[in-house]
Design a protein around this ligand. Structure first.
Ligand code: NAD
Ligand code: UDP
Length: 311
């Protein structure tokens, strides 16, 4: 098939391009390089089945494709809050443009939604039926509400125009090719630990997250796209739940770092707990994550160690 991956030069997008090329597809990777980098896909450049396009999905584009994976959107709070108006435009106008394209060329389209649609959840673990607890006017809203309205657009294009959609709600995912200055917790802690700098825990560190390794996530995204039983939304992530302090301690242990943990101000609206209920993914997609946190962290630490040694 001919497959478009928006945000294809980002962390998850680049792993997805790799897997699609391995499977024998023709891949068009489209990115504006805001948080992604050509470096993430440079090993694919020169492959006759791979094309790279610099484009911003807030502008329309016409490409003849069979599948669209819509991943373009900054995912780290630091980056999505840098230009919040642009962030919400990316989810809103980007979804309109990509859904319009899917409608026109009759492509199946998958939206990379997020656990952030649940906001600071009052239901734990989060099931797909939960409608969420999102502040519409806070500093995270540009991302959360953008992703929520994107889900609405996907459902309405499906109901109104019969566009063939899939929606996955991705929970915190980490792994090699995260940007070293990405600002998300796993990359921050590993970079700090490898350089024996202070580990910056925001708030009391008792807030929880569930961390999924990239390879597990790519596998389930591919399965979601190619099955015909459900359009979603389906939660995907690793249900293992850890406090941020536990994560800091694990990273220090696995890197053998001399770093000390320091406490910094907790950003507003930071969700207190997060853990996916993945019963649907297990039942419908026959999937559950294989890589536990310790194993995934080891591989990610090795990646950042190599990157630091090149710098
Ligand atoms: P990332 O920041 O590494 O990748 C996003 C990519 O999109 C980057 O390459 C960036 O340059 C590109 N991009 C941003 N705005 C664009 C625009 N307007 N036009 C074209 N390209 C644009 O982040 P990631 O972790 O790989 O996330 C990929 C997708 O998955 C995002 O949609 C994100 O919201 C979603 N997601 C990720 C996680 C996670 O934990 N990694 C969790 C939930 C949802
Ligand atoms: N966090 C932290 N130190 C950091 C970066 C993040 O304590 O250097 C915390 C953050 O406050 C949040 C959790 O780690 O509670 C996960 O943050 P991240 O930015 O990775 O993603 P989120 O799940 O909040 O979107």
């Amino acid at each position: 098939m001919r497959i478009l991956v928006t945000g294809g030069a980002g962390f998850l997008g680049s792993h997805l391009c790799d897997r699609l090329i391995e499977q024998g597809h023709d891949v068009i990777c489209l990115d504006n390089y805001f948080t992604g980098s050509k470096k993430n896909v440079e090993h694919l450049i020169g492959n006759s089945r791979f094309e790279l396009i610099r484009h911003d999905i807030t502008q329309p584009v016409l490409l003849e494709v069979d599948r669209i994976y819509n991943l373009a959107c900054p995912a780290s709070p630091v980056h999505y809050q840098y230009n919040p108006v642009k962030t919400i435009k990316t989810s809103l106008l980007g979804s309109v443009n990509m859904l319009g394209l899917a409608k026109r060329v009759r492509a199946r389209i998958l939206q990379a939604s997020t656990s952030e649609v649940y906001g600071d959840p009052t239901v734990h673990p989060q099931t797909e039926e939960y409608w969420g607890n999102v502040n519409p006017i806070g500093i995270r809203s540009c991302y959360d509400e953008g992703k929520r309205v994107a889900e609405t657009l996907f459902m309405d294009y499906h109901r109104q125009n019969k566009v063939d959609i899939r929606i996955v709600r991705i929970f915190n995912t980490y792994g090699p090719r995260m940007h070293p200055n990405d600002g998300r917790v796993v990359s921050n802690f590993i970079m700090q630990a490898l350089q024996n700098k202070d580990i910056t825990v925001y708030g009391d560190g008792l807030q929880t997250r569930s961390f999924c390794f990239a390879s597990d996530l790519i596998e389930v995204i591919l399965r979601m796209m190619e099955q015909t039983q459900s359009i979603g939304p389906i939660n995907i992530g690793n249900p293992g739940e850890f406090t941020i302090l536990e994560l800091a301690e694990k990273v220090i242990k696995l890197t053998g770092s001399k770093s000390k943990i320091i406490k910094e101000h907790l950003p507003s609206d930071d969700p207190k707990q997060r853990k996916p209920d993945i019963s649907k993914a297990k039942k419908i997609l026959g999937w559950e994550p294989k890589v536990n946190l310790e194993e995934g962290l080891k591989q990610t630490i090795e990646y950042f160690r190599r990157e630091l040694s090149k710098a």
